[in-house]
Design a protein around this ligand. Structure first.
Ligand code: ATP
Ligand code: MG
Length: 319
């Protein structure tokens, strides 16, 4: 990992509109705010850049106000945007989200046929041997996106670079056999995995958590970061385990917390932090993220995370 120079992502860049009415199911007229910069790979990379890593985003936006706003945010936060194609003929991708009282959410995505999908991966942009390529497996659902991501995953892996993967194993995505195959191949090639507990349940329905972790560590994975929502996170390395309790915070908008957690964790690991330090800061960054409306608005700076950790009162230690 010492040779890693750049953290890169390939995938959807979009803007999101958040409904202010709970339980409206995106069916009833309600107030929305936005456009909030969004897209799982973009949120992840924005946070990785804020934590000090050199980054390269590969994706697309339209030559419209939405595209200009998300691109300006990425640039302002220090993300490398040479790989972002600005399309004159396609509009920026858009998502709408609404929450229920029980925490469930409804999304409407407009991605296929938009600028989010209208870009090429330029081989000159990345030195595969020195790249840590992060894949948010939700991006693998669209065939055109898959065709851009998978060749680069294989190239980086063969050259000795690192693959990191958030399985985001949504049942809606896995209805497509090719999406599932691409996700399983990416998991197989990953050095670091960032599953949520529901990802583990989905991927290994017949195994308990410990057995699932053991199985993953038997392949290439050297580090597994398990995201537990309000219950915190667990980091497992070879011969190392750290459990972090969830910080007590008021959850306003949970979307993007997983990407913010991942961007923090991977950025710090790439810069030489210990698993404990990277996990502790990622767990704090995820908690900060849920307190702010807008998926990328929850991203934070190293000093905000440090201040949060100074004042946060941890819950009792997990058993
Ligand atoms: P996403 O909804 O973006 O896919 P995810 O399911 O991948 O998210 P989560 O487990 O929801 O990931 O959140 C990532 C991390 O953020 C958690 O492991 C935890 O550290 C922190 N976190 C999330 N929600 C809360 C919360 N309500 N209170 C405190 N910390 C939280
Ligand atoms: Mg979640």
């Amino acid at each position: 990992m010492s040779d890693i120079q750049t953290i890169a992502t390939i995938g959807e860049i979009l803007v999101e509109f958040v409904s202010h009415s709970r339980n409206c199911a995106l069916q009833k007229i309600s107030d929305y705010s936005g456009p909030y910069p969004s897209g799982a790979p973009a949120i992840f990379l924005d946070q990785a850049a804020r934590l000090g890593a050199r980054t390269q985003m590969i994706g697309g936006v339209g030559a419209d106000g939405f595209g200009r706003s998300v691109l300006a945010r990425l640039e302002q936060d220090g993300v490398g945007t040479k790989g972002v194609h600005v399309s004159a003929s396609h509009s920026t991708g858009v998502a709408f989200v609404s929450y229920y009282d029980n925490g469930d959410r409804d999304f409407v995505f407009h991605l296929q046929g938009t600028a989010a999908d209208a870009f090429d991966v330029s081989p000159a942009l990345l030195d595969p041997a020195k790249t840590m390529l992060h894949v948010s497996a939700s991006s693998l659902g669209a065939p055109s996106m898959r065709a851009k991501i998978m060749p680069t995953v294989r190239k980086v892996c063969e050259a000795g670079g690192w693959i990191t993967c958030d399985p985001n194993a949504r049942p809606e995505l896995m209805r497509d056999d090719e999406a599932r195959t691409a996700m399983l191949e990416t998991i197989e090639l990953s050095h670091c995995l960032l599953p949520s507990t529901s990802d583990l349940d989905f991927l290994f329905p017949d195994l308990g958590e410990e057995a699932a972790i053991d199985l993953l560590l038997k392949s290439r994975a050297e580090v597994i970061a398990i995201k537990r929502g309000a219950r915190g996170a667990t980091i497992v390395g070879r011969g190392e385990r750290h459990d972090f309790d969830g910080h007590p915070v008021e959850e306003i908008d949970p979307t993007g917390a997983g990407d913010c957690f991942g961007g923090t964790f991977i950025s710090l690991l790439a810069q030489g932090a210990s698993l404990f330090e990277a996990g502790q800061r990622a767990n704090a960054a995820g908690a900060i993220a849920v307190t702010r409306r807008g998926p990328m608005e929850g991203n934070s700076s190293p000093s905000e995370i440090a201040d949060f950790l100074c004042t946060a009162t941890p819950k009792k230690q997990m058993a």
